[in-house]
Design a protein. Sequence first.
Length: 275
Amino acid sequence: MTEMTMTRLYEVMVILYAIGIVFYFIDYLYKYVKARRVAFWFVCIAWVMQSVFFILFIIETQRFPILSLFEGIYFYAWLLTTLSIVLHCIARVDMPVFFVNVLSFVFVTIHLFAPTEKVQPMVDSLVSEMLVIHISFAIMSYAAFSLSFVFSMLYLILYRILKQKKAHPLWSRLPSLQQTSSWMSNSMLVGVPLLFISLILGLEWALMTLDRLSVFDIKIIGSFIITVIYLIILLLHRSGKLMGTSYAWIQIYAYLLTVVNFFLGNKMSNFHLWY
């Protein structure tokens, strides 16, 4: 198997794993059975690919690959993925499965960026393309937050129309308040894990490739704050403490903060160019 093919397959594995975590996050917060099933199959496919890489490495080196930090990290990530699958099938415990998969994904990507002379050409290619994936996931999360902003505005408009009891033929084409609220939540459910995964990939890339990286970089701090804010909004909504117009308004404010971080953060960041 050529290095380029291995590179492509490793990219697919990381992306599949990331998508699986997104669906596990959705299931963890709102207990969507379909989301859990989809997440499980994405993680299983990623695990199969991990296992294939693992077996190929054993065949190539003629030994069990745990003699270096580089090899040990990969084996550890594979074990975590295996454990998450076992927990899903046997114990059926949602929270441990979600966090084990997040931890495994972190170590899969650490293995990606770990320096090793033997596979350095493949690593260099992957590092460059993982940066592209980092940027892509960040932009997709911004798009999801933009949708939550639009649905929040629509919710407030619908609420005002219903409160004033002003009928108009155009209003019949608008969704219900319940549908709009559901779309607000679903948009955030997609955006939060995408941004979190993007942050993981971006931080690991920066730590492994940049000579100097300050954890106090304005874009890094701002992105983490936004992730935490949206996560808190979701948790408060799930617990019933944040509903209705308050839920819509706080999403609008959160989106405006995201826009500020996107433009001002890039201006003040030491290494972000535009994303």
